[in-house]
Ligand binder design. Structure first.
Ligand code: BG6
Length: 523
């Protein structure tokens, strides 16, 4: 076990020093999919947290658009229960009720133009509904084009030069391959200006993800060694213990882990940790640098997919003492499905900074632990001057020298750690691995804001930095498309591997490191 040195934050009470970020513009927020899971578990609790912390304008109305029968009252009552169970901020029942007064229910059909005409009439009452408008599409992707078309045709979207603004938020998945993503971008950008579109990748709203940029570009000591001269490889893991709960199999089986997690969340994490310094902190400056990374990732050929990408599916087994079924036996998953629940891949970024440095990405369901982390593993010193020991309590073994490792723990146990060698006190000149550890929970009061709080706040304030631009989405699909195509090609005979619940995936994923230093970091 390595000794751990904890790092403390240098400010006693950081909360007192930072001016609050507030939404100033009065506005109406319409949520399509207003009775759905995302609205109940994430969007309304996030809006409530912002209300509770006095970040929202007084003039705010929320309209939940759904198919089911509710009155405003019955909807508010049901949502109060949901907000109380999923809230982060511990507001009282009275606080939740006061917030719920801002919500109206609107019964309508997503594919019915008349519903949008009625919605327009209702929102035209400017005394009740502030004229700036956010439309949040928390709906299945096959409705994206219908809803955007109806919004435009019914006149609910203002021209970008209008004195009031309208913004449209689109949840993932944004396309299911390059062609469909390009088609969707064409459709959306025919109706809306890019500045009116906010494509959500909720990982970008996580506090620890945003910290990657400050860590890299607000410090001088790490950036000079973030390149191929010093870095051996980078690995990104997003493992989950969940399977196909609440009927999720119906969606997941049409997507798979590559589309669901790697094309978006993992590629975005990779961009943030490898991008060049932006010229400023504007949304376009940052997104320009991210897109350059995506455009420099080597597009895998068939042989690369065979050698460098591993897909797998979980079988039945035991996870944390509970029996769990195989993926193919999950609710709403077709028997005999070949959809991958795990994917691991090795990519290369062909640019000046990262040439030749392998980038390992992996994600999977029903794995040993929920963990999202990025590890930058540095090269070993050019010569091994010291002997290295590894000790567990009093028992020590001589081992190979350990390389320096910098780990961003995105979730849970949010923090950053740096592994380095120190002399072990003794008459021998031996070194051991030690750890400098910065931990959010020990350094900051309270809980970290939820990703959706940050993202909703940014949409409401008109800051698109943490949202995906159309060229980013397409560049990410360009890398993933050949993998999907190779998997579909019968003659390519690319196997699907299997893994037990609670494990770290199939052995084939470990073999991606064959002939190279390092292995997956599973702790
Ligand atoms: C979603 C995926 O985008 O992210 C889910 O569709 C996944 O399959 C989820 O479970 C993971 O998000 P988080 O924030 O829990 O890591």
């Amino acid at each position: 076990m390595s000794p751990v040195i904890n790092i403390q934050h240098s400010s006693d009470s950081p909360d007192n020093r930072i001016p609050d970020v507030l939404v100033e513009d009065s506005q109406t927020l319409v949520i399509f999919g207003g009775t759905g899971d995302l609205t109940r578990r994430k969007l309304l609790p996030a809006l409530f947290a912002m209300f509770f912390e006095h970040r929202l304008p007084d003039q705010l109305r929320i309209v939940a658009f759904g198919r089911r029968e509710y009155t405003d009252e019955s909807f508010r009552e049901e949502m109060c229960g949901e907000i109380e169970s999923f809230q982060r901020v511990k507001g009282s029942a009275a606080d939740v009720k006061a917030f719920a007064e801002k919500i109206d229910y609107f019964k309508g059909e997503l594919d019915d133009e008349e519903s949008f005409v009625r919605l327009h009439k209702q929102l035209d009452n400017a005394e009740v509904y502030p004229e700036n408008r956010v439309f949040y599409l928390s709906v299945a992707p096959n409705f994206f084009d219908k809803v955007t078309t109806h919004l435009k045709q019914s006149g609910l979207i203002y021209h970008p030069s209008h004195e009031h603004w309208s913004r449209v938020v689109i949840e993932k998945p944004f396309g299911r391959d390059l062609d469909s993503a390009m088609e969707l971008n064409r459709h959306v950008l025919n109706l809306l200006d890019e500045s009116q579109v906010y494509r959500i990748d909720h990982y970008l709203g996580k506090e620890t993800v945003q910290n990657i940029l400050s860590f890299r570009f607000a410090n001088t000591i790490f950036e000079p060694v973030f390149n191929s001269s010093y870095v051996d490889h980078i690995q990104v893991t997003a493992s989950e213990t969940v399977g196909m709960e609440s009927g999720r199999g119906a969606y997941f089986d049409t997507a798979g882990a590559l589309r669901d997690m790697m094309q978006n969340h993992l590629s975005q994490l990779l961009c943030l940790v490898t991008m060049e310094p932006p010229s400023g902190f504007s949304s376009d400056a940052i997104r320009n640098e991210k897109v350059k990374v995506l455009q420099s990732i080597r597009i895998p050929k068939l042989d690369d997919v065979r050698d460098n990408v591993v897909r797998a599916q979980y079988v039945s087994g035991t996870l944390r003492d509970k029996k769990v079924t195989a993926y193919v036996d999950e609710d709403r998953v077709p028997a005999g499905s070949h959809t991958e629940t795990f994917v691991a891949a090795k990519f290369f970024i062909d640019n000046w900074r990262w040439s030749g440095v392998p980038m390992y990405l992996r994600t999977g369901k029903r794995m040993g632990r929920k963990q999202t982390s990025i590890t930058v593993q540095f090269k070993k010193p050019p010569m091994e001057l010291f002997r290295t020991v590894q000790c567990a309590n009093d028992v020590c073994d001589l081992t190979e020298a350990q390389p320096n490792m910098l780990t961003f723990r995105i979730q849970p146990d949010e923090g950053i750690s740096l592994h380095f060698a120190t002399k072990r006190p003794s008459m021998h000149m031996v070194v051991e691995d030690s750890e400098l550890d910065f931990n959010y929970s020990e350094n900051y009061k309270g809980t970290l804001p939820e990703a959706y709080e940050r993202l909703l706040m940014d949409v409401m304030r008109g800051d698109a930095t943490l949202f995906m631009r159309s060229d980013e989405v397409e560049a990410a699909w360009k890398i993933m498309d050949p993998i999907l195509q190779a998997w579909q090609e019968r003659n390519a005979r690319i196997p699907i591997h299997f893994y037990s619940p609670g494990s770290w995936g199939p052995l084939a994923a470990d073999e991606l490191f064959e002939n190279e230093v390092g292995s997956w970091q599973n702790s």
